[in-house]
Design a protein around this ligand. Structure first.
Ligand code: ADP
Length: 270
């Protein structure tokens, strides 16, 4: 804490009154530190794929007479640039959500649409790993929020579920209303997460196994983005997981079953 002594001199009797003001600057400093860490981490994360692309470009040059070699190195360059692009997109998304303030404009969004869009965006990934994504969504569910952000959150969970599953596994996505909230759950029977890591996976850049996650094209930002999106929507995200058994991530968002007449904060007015 920072201490200020302010001396006020009383105008009548000339006696001073001493006031001690204690300003706790710790939260400010923590925010500042977190920002510096974030920038340092981003710089590091950006440098890695950029360095890789540079080395791979040299390798392509060196393999000019070897078509297979060129194809191999070009493929790896594509993977690294895809990672770079994902990283930049997520950093931009995160910085937009930085403030944690509730959404300015929230509209009633159909849960089934959010889920279908998110699953659709994950089609290619699912196909490449031959993972089946099964959706079970209660009819008429609506969430109050920003459709693009909600889709982004669900897509992140679905893509993680696919990536951390065994090939040809099954991932399930379900939505239902529960205690005035819409619950969207994404489950997999994949590698699971150890207890010691569970609290940390929502932190920016935290990856359980750095090397393995990098191989998967991960950035370590996905879940922090999901958490931010849940928070600015007035909701939450939590995880159940057992190592070797699988994981279930559950998003809980304000909304309800419009069909059954549940009150939606704004949508019922029109
Ligand atoms: P990444 O881009 O590395 O996937 P995330 O922020 O999305 O970053 O996730 C953080 C870490 O949490 C991952 O690196 C991974 O170790 C772990 N994780 C996330 N989702 C799952 C899942 N469905 N199953 C197992 N581990 C997961």
């Amino acid at each position: 804490p920072l201490l200020h002594w302010i001396v006020l001199t009383g105008p009548i009797d000339g006696h001073g009154t001493m006031i001690l003001v204690v300003t706790d600057r710790a939260p400010l400093m923590r925010a500042d530190e977190a920002r510096r860490d974030f920038v340092a981490n981003i710089s590091h994360e950006l440098k890695t794929p950029i360095g890789a692309v540079s080395i791979l470009a040299e390798a392509v040059e060196g393999a000019a007479d070897d078509p297979d070699g060129v194809r191999h190195f070009a493929g790896r360059m594509q993977a690294e640039t895809a990672r770079l692009s994902a990283l930049v997109t997520q950093v931009i998304d995160l910085s937009r959500l930085q403030s944690d303030e509730p959404l300015l404009r929230a509209e009633a969004v159909r849960a089934v649409e959010v889920i279908e869009d998110a699953v659709h965006r994950s089609d290619e990934l699912a196909e490449s790993r031959e993972v089946a994504v099964v959706v079970r969504c209660q009819e008429g569910l609506q969430v109050m929020g920003d459709a693009a952000q909600l889709t982004e959150a669900v897509a992140n969970l679905v893509q993680n579920a696919i990536v951390y599953s065994a090939p040809r596994a099954r991932v399930s996505v379900s939505a239902r209303s529960n205690e005035g909230l819409v619950e969207i759950a994404v489950s997999d029977n994949g590698i699971g997460i150890a207890d010691k890591d569970l609290d940390r996976i929502f932190e920016r850049f935290y990856r359980v196994d750095y090397a393995r996650s990098r191989d998967n094209g991960g950035t370590g930002l996905g879940l922090s983005l999901v958490k931010h999106i849940a928070r600015v929507h007035g909701g939450s995200v939590d995880v159940w997981s057992k190592l070797g058994q699988g994981s279930t991530f559950t998003l809980r968002l304000p909304g309800g079953d419009a069909g059954a007449g549940d009150e939606l904060p704004d949508a019922t007015e029109t």
